[in-house]
Write a protein that binds this ligand. Structure first.
Ligand SMILES: Nc1ncnc2c1ncn2[C@@H]1O[C@H](COP(=O)(O)OP(=O)(O)O)[C@@H](O)[C@H]1O
Ligand SMILES: [Mg+2]
Length: 446
């Protein structure tokens, strides 16, 4: 199956920042640290190339993990140990690499003028040659500058120094939800995940109120601080105006975003509304709780097609420990028709609150009353809904049957006890009658 924790192109080529920084290729660092041989790197690179031809962009490190050449812990060590030389970009002194995505690399850095630690995203030199990528990179900084919210990474400064495009932002000391999920072995716990998803819904509410769509909501773009208290939405590289901006496609027929969590309308390159981000957040929650993406496939095109046509899978079939209220909420986020999803991020937040406060019976899968979109449409009954309610009916019936059986047993036991008691009383009376000594004359002769 495809690995959603990857979005970037090959990193086996040294990331050259001319005259400023040279980042050691990941494979070379892995070899230097003694984790792999050159042959293994070549094998991984060949597989990475095959994936790329199928439309799936995977990082070399992740391919190495997939081929079990290294573990994810070793990958983390390798990334942290990639050497960075010529470490200065303008006001920023690069300290270490934090991560890598579709646009380039992100570094932990010191902003010298302010003497503080920040994160600096640097557009990869290969992408810097492409005007589409340059525009996308610059628009991320502008999008972030329009927003001001505790659950959205704050922008600091953006610029271009000697041909190097950079974007400095607040440093989040922690990890992405995607990394947290991988460290946890594939699945996260429901209650805490809902806490993070609620915070991201708050971030989306703010972005949507500022007329901005994120368009790339996914676990890898959500940062969580190391105390696991605050989640922040990052990577606004694809953010666009909700109204009057471009639609889902950069060029005709070319959808942008990550196929794993992409809304059907985004996959089809149609006009987008805030509902597209709600879909992707629901898809992310699906993945975080079940350990599987909602729709998988061997190519990006196949995955996108399945988002458009396949019925919403019920997360509880994969992970029955998910509460039915949360499963229902996820399914609603993943409806094909945007009008059938939560209409706004606020509605999603309200639903999460109802689930978290336990005001909603965790077993009652029915949607909260009054939460239908005011479009006059009722939520469509999907095969999943039907399946879910059938499962619930069966469960209730089983429970009723179990309850009736318990009642029968209790009645039987009570009945037996009663019979035993009557028998005991009778026999003891008999015994007493039998054993009763023959009345003797009272000593006083009375
Ligand atoms: N502000 C930040 N603080 C800490 N780490 C960050 C920050 N921004 C990004 N990262 C790390 O860098 C990775 C790539 O960043 P992202 O903005 O998603 O870039 P891309 O556009 O290349 O996908 C993230 O997954 C995360 O690990
Ligand atoms: Mg990203």
């Amino acid at each position: 199956m495809a690995d959603p924790h990857s979005s970037s192109q090959d990193t086996s080529v040294s990331m050259l920042l001319p005259g400023h920084a040279v980042v050691e290729p990941l494979g070379q660092a892995a070899m230097r640290l003694g984790f792999v041989t050159e042959d293994q790197i070549n094998e991984a690179a060949a597989l990475q190339h095959e994936y790329a031809q199928a439309g799936l962009r995977k990082k070399i490190g992740e391919v190495m993990v997939e081929k079990r050449q290294i573990t994810s812990d070793q990958l983390e060590i390798i990334v942290k140990n990639q050497t960075v030389s010529h470490k200065r970009i303008g006001d920023y002194e690069l300290i270490s690499k934090l991560g890598e995505g579709g646009m380039g690399a992100v570094y932990k850095a010191r902003q010298m003028s302010m003497d503080r630690i920040v994160a600096v995203k640097v557009l990869s030199p290969a992408h810097a040659k492409n005007p589409d990528y340059r525009t996308r990179f610059e628009s991320e900084a502008r999008a972030v500058a329009r927003l001001n919210h505790p659950n959205i990474v704050t922008g600091i400064d953006a610029g271009n120094t000697e041909g190097i495009y950079y974007f400095a932002m607040e440093f989040v000391d922690g990890e992405t939800l995607g990394q947290m999920q991988q460290r946890a072995g594939g699945k996260l716990e429901e209650r805490e995940t809902l806490k993070f998803v609620r915070q991201i819904a708050l971030a989306l509410k703010h972005a949507h109120e500022c007329n901005l769509l994120h368009r790339d909501v996914k676990p890898d773009n959500i940062l969580v601080d190391k105390n696991r208290l605050v989640a922040k939405l990052a990577d606004l590289g694809l953010a666009r105006d909700a109204v009057g901006g471009d639609c889902g496609a950069t060029r005709a027929g070319q959808a942008v975003g990550t196929p794993f969590y992409m809304s059907p309308e985004q996959a089809r390159g149609k006009d987008l509304s805030p509902a597209t981000d709600i879909y992707s957040l629901g898809g992310s929650l699906y993945h975080l709780l079940t350990g599987q993406i909602p729709f998988s496939g061997t190519s990006a095109a196949m995955i996108m097609a399945r988002h458009i046509t396949d019925p919403v899978p019920n997360p509880r079939i994969i992970e029955p420990r998910i509460s039915s209220a949360t499963a229902k909420m996820i399914v609603k986020c993943l409806q094909k028709d945007p009008a059938d999803r939560f209409r706004t991020a606020t509605e999603l937040i309200d639903e999460i609150d109802r689930i978290s406060n336990g005001t909603k019976q965790l077993d009652g899968i029915g949607a909260a009353k009054g939460k239908q979109p005011p479009t006059g449409k009722t939520q469509r009954s999907t095969p999943v809904d039907a399946k879910t309610s059938t499962i619930n009916r069966k469960r209730r019936w089983r429970q009723n049957r179990e309850n009736s059986s318990s009642m029968l047993v209790i009645l039987l036991v009570v009945g037996l006890l009663a019979v035993a008691l009557v028998y005991a009383v009778t026999s003891s009376n008999n015994g007493r009658t039998k054993k009763r000594p023959t009345p003797v004359a009272a000593p006083n002769g009375k």
